[in-house]
Design a protein around this ligand. Sequence first.
Ligand code: HEC
Length: 185
Amino acid sequence: MKSLRARRFGWIMGLSLVAVLLLAACAPDPTALIISPQLGEQMAALEAGNEVVVAAPTEAPKLADLAPEAVTAGLPDDVAAALASADPANGEQLALARGCVGCHALDPAVTMTGPTWHNVGDTAVSRVPGESPALYFYHSITNPNLFVVPNYPANIMPANYSEQLSTQELADLIDYLLQQNGAGG
Ligand code: HEC
């Protein structure tokens, strides 16, 4: 029969082995990138005696930078036609009458259930890559869960506006939202 000491020794050895294995499993992956991915390029440029160019952060494009076709690209034909003769003042009235302003505020300092409409025309330019701002608004209103704004909950914005609003009313709302941009027009 093994002595108590020998058994304890076996236990300690066993536990040490487990600890070593655990440590090995947790060791950082030497191939993982922990520094800027551009660092290699920048070091090579430095060694070659070249100037190190660090790309400036690019500013998000604004609505005013877009050509008119780029503002409305991809809209269904009937909505595009209605938008061409849309009335943004009626859109503003609809936002009130349909309760949009109960969840969206123009004042960026006011926190509401939905994201701010302050400069939302500019925001819409780059919300969904490849989607024009007017198409983005069209989708946001008629199918809110198609794209859910980061840090906001899904299924809060009513999903049945497409049944309640006529095509012209949708276009008026879209036109009103497009007017909310830094250029003020
Ligand atoms: C009950 C609250 C509520 C109401 C009412 C509401 N919304 Fe929203 N809306 C939200 C929430 C929450 C989001 C963000 C989550 C998401 O993307 O669905 C949102 C997102 C949006 C966006 C995208 C904004 C962005 O920053 O990308 C637009 C545009 C929008 N709503 C328009 C409208 C319009 C127009 C109406 C009225 C016809 C309306 N909403 C009514 C809650 C609401």
